[in-house]
Design a protein around this ligand. Structure first.
Ligand code: ADP
Ligand code: MG
Length: 662
């Protein structure tokens, strides 16, 4: 047997392949898997080598020590080699129609002899028969499954004394082979089990069927052109039933029963644990337990994945029945007698790996973290892999499980996260819009500042000389009027340039407390309202005292109101509303005008964008409004409909300004 240790573990994770799906954590019957550094790692001391994780990992991230190299070395050595093949080979190599071809293939690998483990099972089965039939003996738990033996010695050490003191069929076979072929022979096993690799020193290596397939493949050995061969002695009988459910009972012509001293069977990672629990509690008085960790060895982790379950059982049945038909009972009995001297007894060690149960309040703390505050929150759904929420919480306390393994908790968390994400997405798109706008304004500012700066000096000279000329000229002079116009226009140009410089400069706001109701009423007086337009004011604000830059905000609001008037050439209503919203106050200005076309909505805050024609519109109104609102740390929104078929047309501007400005 290879030497296993923490550094050379039997079952382990291939780093990098684990995608942390928790399947192995859930499926491990002894909670020997823990998430470490983003990988589901195996805690070697806790592992019973059942291989469940190897079976369930879809990523192939769980694997086990490979016996191929050492086996090949044995084959190359001068010692003879014996391959003892487990009876489940019929289930694994179902595509090989004749076992003689299979034996031929195995010998082509280089094994000198090939025999069946089932002869060992034949001998062991008789021992069990004796125990089961002796009603005065204490109840036992069968010990031919090495994962079950590991489980009991690690997690129910007080039951070790109940393990049948009998060696496994494989261990028996090793003794038989040595007796028959001599001590120098190298004994290699092949079967569906991983735990067997660490079962006993009595054999040299233990290959899984998957490894046998690999060896055949490496040597290009196929069914074709193979010299048939037969199993070497000793020949076996019904022991070949061992790898199926109730296999041991079948091989001794017994059925499961519930009478005194009868045998109860339990297979698979859930049922065997339940059976042991009931046995430990003394509920199964005077009954024996036949336990297998897998659902029969034919479902073991060393088998290829995906073969149909019942077909495997059927193949075993057919093989054993056929074997029994052709078996020379005489020869079989003679061989059994030949090895009757072999000592099949065994003892077991207690290797307690149980953890101390955490304190009640520790468990409660974890349950609260998992949002399980009351009895009704305990769904006990089992999705985490534990029988109930409390068991899961205990495993979390022990550092073996994660809170996130609770599916209802994780789903709830995810829902909340999605909600938050949606909210921040909305915020983000608002901010994006605002950013776009301020970028436009900034580049517009830069451009105008550049032009204004360049024009300012020559304009200064023009205004200086034109005013000197004007002052020096007699008013009656013919050109006095012309010079006066030049001077006036030059002064105007200076004003415009000054205005542009203003626009470019980041003006500050001059905040003053005002009454917003009065303020809005004043805005109505700063433009000419045609008779066909009605203005309505809806005051909902509780405290009308707010801080704003009176002049600038006046400019902003009147700009919006003027636009509203211009959008209603045939008359309409301007509805102005003032209201509170949390720490902000809101001014809403709605008109019943033409509305803004959808494709223009994005452009209206862009400088120089106008639909009013070059003579009427400047396209500088809304950019200014935007700038003023931003300087008040506020927000401006627009909603508009220009399609008559939808509903009434019109536009609503909403300005929101925080109250706590300073
Ligand atoms: P201008 O009024 O000089 O065109 P603005 O910046 O004030 O420039 O407005 C830009 C454009 O936005 C307008 O030309 C118009 O197309 C659109 N607009 C603004 N307010 C309204 C409104 N209340 N109804 C319809 N369109 C509007
Ligand atoms: Mg305008």
């Amino acid at each position: 047997m290879h030497n296993f240790s923490n550094k050379n573990p039997l079952v382990f994770t291939i780093k990098g392949l684990c995608r942390v799906c928790y399947t192995c954590v859930r499926e491990c019957p002894v909670k020997a898997i823990k998430i470490i550094d983003g990988q589901a790692d195996i805690i070697t001391e806790r592992c019973i080598a059942c291989g469940n994780c190897v079976i369930v990992c879809s990523q192939g991230a769980k694997t086990y020590y490979s016996s191929i190299n050492r086996t090949e070395n044995f084959i190359r050595s001068k010692n003879k080699t014996m391959l003892c093949i487990a009876p489940s080979f019929v289930a694994e190599f179902a595509e090989i129609k004749d076992y003689k071809v299979f034996v031929g293939m195995l010998k082509s690998i280089g094994f000198d002899y090939v025999t069946e483990v089932s002869f060992g099972a034949d001998l062991v089965a008789e021992k069990y028969k004796n125990i089961f039939e002796n009603k005065n003996k204490k109840s036992i738990i069968t010990s031919d499954c090495p994962a079950i033996v590991n489980y009991i010695s690690h997690y129910h050490p007080n039951l070790v004394d109940f393990l049948a003191p009998i060696i496994s069929p494989a261990m028996a076979m090793a003794k038989i082979v040595k007796q028959k072929y001599g001590d120098d022979i190298r004994i290699i096993f092949a079967g569906p089990c991983i735990a067997k690799k660490a079962e006993s020193n009595s054999f040299d290596e233990n290959l899984t069927f998957t490894e046998i397939r690999k060896m055949l493949e490496n040597k290009n050995i196929s069914q074709e052109n193979i010299k048939n061969s037969i199993f070497d002695n000793p020949i076996s009988g019904k022991g070949a039933f061992f790898p199926v459910n109730h296999g041991l009972l079948k091989s001794i012509n017994k059925t499961e029963g519930f009478g005194e001293g009868e045998v109860i069977t339990a297979e698979g990672k859930i049922k065997f644990k339940e059976a042991i629990n009931e046995f430990e509690k003394g509920l199964l008085k005077n009954h024996n337990l036949e336990l297998l960790c897998c659902d029969g060895c034919i479902e073991g982790p060393g088998m290829s994945k995906g073969a149909p379950k019942l077909v495997k059982r059927m193949n075993i049945n057919n093989y054993v029945n056929n074997k029994m038909k052709n078996l020379s009972l005489d020869k079989w009995n003679k061989e059994k007698a030949e090895f009757s001297n072999i000592d099949l007894s065994r003892t077991f060690e207690k290797k307690d790996r149980r953890l101390q149960k955490p304190e009640k309040n520790e468990i409660k703390k974890i349950l609260i973290l998992m949002d399980k505050k009351q009895e009704k929150d305990m769904l006990n759904c089992g999705a985490c892999g534990y029988i109930n929420c409390e068991e899961h919480a205990i495993a979390v306390c022990e550092g073996l499980a994660e809170i996130e393994m609770c599916l209802p908790y994780t789903i709830e968390k995810l829902h909340k996260l999605v909600e938050e994400l949606n909210k921040s997405n909305l915020k983000l798109s608002d901010t994006k819009q605002a950013l776009k706008q301020s970028e436009k304004l900034a580049s517009m500012g830069q451009l105008s500042a550049g032009i204004a700066h360049e024009l300012n000096n020559p304009l200064g000279i023009i205004t200086l000389y034109s005013s000197i000329l004007k002052d020096e000229l007699d008013k009656k002079n013919d050109i006095y009027e012309d010079i006066k116009i030049i001077d006036q226009q030059a002064q105007r140009c200076k004003k415009i340039v000054g205005g542009l410089l203003n626009f470019a400069r980041k003006n500050k706001v001059n905040l003053k407390e005002i009454n917003i109701i009065q303020f809005i009423k004043n805005t109505f007086k700063s433009f000419v309202k045609p008779d066909n337009i009605e203005i309505k004011l809806d005051v909902q604000i509780k405290n009308p005292k707010v801080k704003i830059d009176n002049e600038q905000m006046m400019q902003a609001i009147t700009n919006i109101e003027k636009n509203a008037v211009e959008a209603m050439p045939n008359g309409g209503i301007i509805n102005v509303k003032i209201l509170d919203k949390k720490d902000n106050f809101i001014i809403e200005i709605a008109d019943t005008g033409t509305g803004i076309a959808e494709e223009n909505i994005e452009k209206i805050f862009t400088p120089f964008f106008t639909t009013k024609g070059a003579t009427k519109g400047t396209g500088l109104g809304l950019p200014l409004v935007y700038g003023i609102v931003k300087m008040h740390k506020g927000k401006i929104n627009v909603k508009s409909n220009n399609k008559k078929e939808n509903k009434k047309t019109g536009t609503t501007f909403t300005i929101s300004i925080p109250r706590n400005l300073n």
